[in-house]
Design a protein around this ligand. Sequence first.
Ligand code: PEP
Length: 268
Amino acid sequence: MPELLSRWRQSELFHCFNLLYMSIIIANWKMKLGLHESHDLADSLRNFKADDKEIVICPSFASLSNVGKILKQGKIKLGAQDCFWESKGAYTGEVSPQELKEAGCEFVILGHSERRKFFNETDEVIHRKVKAALSAGLVPVICVGETFEQRQQGATDYILIKQVAGALEGISADFRQRIIIAYEPVWVIGTGQAIMPEQAELAHEVINQTLIDLFPSQSIRKIFSIIYGGSIDSENIFSFTSLPIIDGVLVGAASLNAKDFIELINNA
Ligand code: PEP
């Protein structure tokens, strides 16, 4: 039985089913919770189940193991907020994708705008991390998005194409891999004011076309999901998740409290 289940999970059909029918909700706890707070929040979510949605929680590195142990008993999956591109070595302060895998992670957020801004992460750095994450068997959640100035200058499409291509060019993608692109307009993150769903839809179309151009021989929807992130809450979530081109959401502030987060998931 476990062998059958594992074969089903590796099959193309399972993969497509997951990508096409399950909306994904990824919580980014950033560096906003202490160890005890992370423990308590994970504990209040441990038995939560949303049959038609895939839920992922990304705590800080220091809380990963503990939160992972708590979530293991339930249906919520574990992710990290970053990783390094090497698997081992003298890289003080870094964490490898292999370690994340060992800690129980299935997902890793890469290229978040806060890392691009505060740690000068370039498309080249993100590209290396994406490759390393994929070879460790993690699902990369690659964040892309324009700043307010870039939008004002009419450069949104250019930035999205540049960041998606920068992260993925030269990577061989096939249906056994799963890659998530999170469209996160930098200027609405953490403001409490999301963009209009129609604006997100246009950006998702640009990302989708870029993926088609990068991987012309692949069926894009079998490998990639495109999700939206930026001030999602329980009130606005459905106006995004109800759009066919939006496969899910990345949530910051509204994932830091069990009641709010559960309400948000139920409304998706
Ligand atoms: C984020 O930082 O990825 C994010 C989506 O944050 P918020 O929901 O708080 O805007």
